[in-house]
Design a protein around this ligand. Structure first.
Ligand code: DON
Length: 585
């Protein structure tokens, strides 16, 4: 990726003589004036290799699903049409996280600026109860909320897609589901990454799915092998032909409930019938000259993202530089405080009064940051969730789509862990989520992402488990500016936060902002997790001397994003940490 400075050097023929060259120079000058705004300059370089595109773009986790999405856009579908097709194509080509057995969130912004969000998060079954994962001594039973039939919430993705299409779709529903059926029926060539993920999961699949052979291959999978999923193709055909009823009643519902019975699961027919996704008003906030449009609860992501942005807004990040010690220190201290709030106050708003306004009050976040000391790390033990006067009381996937009119969709969808509970619905060929682990099984006991919670996120029948998913859309001067989101459990919020700052504060192009190495802090455990190469050793040791515990970890997040340049070009950022692919036209 070319940086801003080298982009300038390459494109500066201003000093050449001759009238033709003079005209060229004037043209270049004009272009440079347009591009010389923080965050846009590198777009020039990026686009010369890949575009420019201004009619449509899809960035998602697999090349096949990106192709499905862009084909729908080229056929005249809008961003929501493409999203529906991508969701189903990801179910087939990205079984780790793409799903019909899970849930997710959509943030939508129309070309004219209308915003909306769709909550198709899973719900706790009616038979779920607060202490369902505790033994008689009151201890959490290991793995019960993760790799059992009881780990699944009632899936929301199919209803979500039906509902999104009903409200905003343009093309025929059947045409949007068909590409996924073709991929499942005809098969597709798997990537090296998927081959090794499937091989790694082999023993788990066998153990948890006696008698089933889904996603298994004698001798193991290799890059380029054809993966055919016949049962899944049949299930998708029912969804194509019957819409919601193809999943929440009839054959597939019978198969799901039968699967539950076989494995002591608790999802019933009526849980399925009663599942409905919910349109919720987007939460919005400003960061500098930008308007952030993001997901409200039951995601913690939107609230936390806005809190984080407020907490760092008045500091000269740009001057300090990307991933320099002061920058990292400030962001970590903000993260520590915001994740502490998350543990207490965030949960399903249909069940718990989430103090969104209090959490998003700039004075509150300023006050929270006032206890921060440049000379030493604030121990997490000394940080508690804030108090409000008058107030009582790894695997997911993201896709970003923009169509020719400028309608934008930002969707994060998940089974929770990679391959969810790893349990397939017999006969139907799809994986079930293990989203129940996102509830707080017991106050203060961390879930699989190390996140703690309490009453706000306790299990109750019909309640949605708290999420960190942060699908987000950003506007500048009333125009679409960025579509962004990522998987990554607890690290979702901090990955989106960093990607936004990378563009707005550090002037990076979209792809560069996505490529950039990340770090993460979540209050508890009190440590800064960093990707290899995220920081120089000198920066690290300066922080260590101040008491920050720094630990190395593998990939953080898998961001797929789109930036719209002032000229209206679509500039994609597909995360190299996965098989993520950006396609434009
Ligand atoms: O909703 C949540 O916050 C989690 N279930 C997301 C899980 C996830 O991102 C795993 N991906 N790597």
């Amino acid at each position: 990726m070319m940086n801003y400075k080298s982009g300038l050097k390459k494109g500066s023929p201003i000093n050449k003589a001759g009238s033709f060259l003079l005209k060229m120079s004037v043209a270049w000058l004009l272009m440079l004036t347009l591009f010389l705004q923080p965050g846009y300059a590198q777009g020039l370089a990026a686009q010369s290799n890949e575009g420019p595109y201004r009619k449509g773009m899809v960035v998602c986790a697999t090349p096949n699903a990106s192709q499905v999405g862009i084909d729908i856009l080229k056929k005249g579908g809008n961003a929501v049409d493409a999203a529906v097709a991508v969701q189903f194509a990801l179910e087939v080509t990205h079984p780790e996280a793409g799903n019909i057995g899970g849930g997710g969130f959509m943030v939508y912004r129309s070309a004219s600026g209308e915003t909306n969000t769709l909550d198709f998060r899973e719900k706790a079954p009616a038979m779920a109860s607060e202490n369902m994962y505790l033994d008689s001594a009151g201890n959490v039973i290991p793995d019960m909320s993760l790799y059992t039939h009881q780990a699944s919430g009632v899936p929301g993705s199919v209803d979500g897609m039906v509902e999104a299409h009903r409200k905003f779709g343009k093309l025929k529903w059947t045409d949007l589901v068909q590409p996924a059926i073709d991929l499942a029926h005809n098969g597709f060539k798997i990537s090296k990454r998927l081959a090794s993920a499937l091989n790694e999961e082999r023993n788990g699949f066998i153990k948890l799915n006696p008698g089933k052979t889904y996603l298994l291959k004698e001798g193991g999978w290799h890059e380029g092998d054809l993966l055919v999923q016949e049962d899944l193709a049949k299930t998708l055909a029912l969804i194509r032909d019957k819409g919601r009823d193809g999943f929440y009643s009839g054959v597939v519902a019978d198969q799901l409930v039968e699967e539950m019975k076989n494995g002591k699961g608790i999802i019933t027919k009526s849980d399925l019938e009663n599942y409905h996704s919910v349109w919720r008003k987007a939460i919005t906030g400003n960061y500098k000259d930008y308007k952030i449009i993001t997901m409200p609860p039951p995601s913690s992501g939107g609230v936390a993202l806005l809190q984080l942005l407020q907490s760092v807004e008045n500091y000269p990040l740009h001057q300090w530089g990307h991933n320099q010690d002061s920058t990292v220190q400030l962001m970590v201290e903000a993260e520590r405080r915001v994740y502490a709030d998350r543990s207490k106050y965030l949960g399903d708003p249909d069940f718990y009064k989430v103090p969104v306004d209090s959490l998003l009050n700039p004075a509150y976040n300023k006050m929270r940051m006032s206890s921060f000391n440049w000379n030493a790390a604030t121990p997490s033990a000394s940080i508690q969730p804030g108090a409000f006067v008058g107030y009582e009381s790894d695997q997911t996937t993201h896709y970003s789509i923009v169509d020719s009119e400028g309608n934008a969709v930002s969707i994060t969808t998940t089974l929770n862990d990679s391959f969810g509970s790893k349990i397939f619905v017999g006969g139907a060929g799809f994986l079930l989520n293990n989203e129940m682990d996102d509830f707080s099984s017991k106050p203060g006991v961390p879930n699989m992402f190390g996140l703690v919670g309490g009453k706000a996120n306790s299990i109750q029948p019909g309640k949605r488990m708290l999420s960190s998913m942060t699908p987000t859309i950003i506007e500048k001067d009333g125009k679409l500016f960025m579509v962004v989101g990522t998987p990554g459990g607890a690290t979702i919020i901090t990955s989106v936060f960093q990607t936004i700052l990378n563009v707005i504060d550090f002037g990076q192009a979209m792809q560069q902002a996505v490529d950039a190495k990340r770090f993460h802090h979540q209050w508890l455990p009190d440590e800064v997790a960093v990707e290899k190469g995220a920081m120089e050793n000198a920066e690290k040791s300066r922080l260590q001397q101040k008491g920050y515990k720094i630990i190395d970890r593998g990939s953080i997040g898998r961001v797929d994003a789109i930036l719209i340049t002032p000229q209206g070009f679509y500039e994609g950022g597909a995360d190299p940490r996965g098989d993520d692919t950006k396609l434009g036209y």
